[in-house]
Design a protein around this ligand. Sequence first.
Ligand code: MTE
Length: 325
Amino acid sequence: MVLIRIPKIWEIPEREVTDEDVFLNRRRFVKTLIGAGIGATILPVLGCESKTKSKINPAAGTEDLSSVQRNPKFDKVDRTLTDESLASTYNNFYEFGGTKGIWENAQALPTEDWKVEVKGLVKNPRTYDLDDLQKKFPVEERIYRFRCVEAWAMVVPWIGFPMKQLIADVEPASAAKFVRFTSFYDPKITPGPLHFGELPWPYTEGLRIEEMANDLAFFATGIYGHTLPKQHGAPIRMVTPWKYGFKGAKSIVKIEFLDKQPATFWNSLIPSEYDFEANVNPTKPHPRWSQATERMVGPGPALTWEKRPTLPYNGYGDYVASLYT
Ligand code: MTE
């Protein structure tokens, strides 16, 4: 008799399964971790992902930035731009839920009177409001590839400014070696995917200071010719296109220059799956799936999306490979 072994859901590469299964996959894995002694409470699945979709425009409430000039150095890539209607409704923003369809929940993010505090090992600690950011840092448009660790990919026209301009403004001390970026968090507004158990909020990410100073490292304040919609991380988020998407913390409220590598959200939770460096690397599989190929986010089920080979450093080796030799 031939025994056919049906793989468990967490054994299937994330790109091969539907959105809901991706969600279940991560959820079960985190549950396993919790069961193995992380000590968090498993709360019941609550309704934040099961709301019926409304007809609200996912880019509603954004301001026009269509006159912003595209930087000719980053004016195209060898792939078609992802349709905005797809990019703005297929998001990861765990503060608002554990599925890709969080864009409606994310509209609760309060972006008025936003402030970004920059502190730590710098000569000029500052707290910028949105006006300050606008006045200090002229924006440009850049088309970047975007590669999620889950093996889906997009091509996105970001608007924003290079991170190195902020470095120049705050003047880090020579002892500053790392930078930690912290996202907005208020449990009353950002309940998180409660069924995951306790998570190390707020969402934080980090870079080496040389990575932050690289030409590619970008703070996005806009996308598709307008300010960032909330689900993309309004009003300001990180974009580091040679790294997996989870490095790009959204809705940043604090930036700290540090002498030591900081703990970060996914790396603290599951270090074997999400390393601090997280450079896109087709030859280094994720423990649960290959990273050799990716699917370009498109209409219909994920299995039908165009499959492309993943490029080392997501195609940006000329800019960043020297950082890692
Ligand atoms: N930032 C915060 N604060 N919370 C998150 O859950 N998810 C990350 C990253 N930044 C995340 C975040 C992940 S896993 C990805 S792939 C990208 O955001 C997704 O960005 P997008 O939804 O704008 O495409």
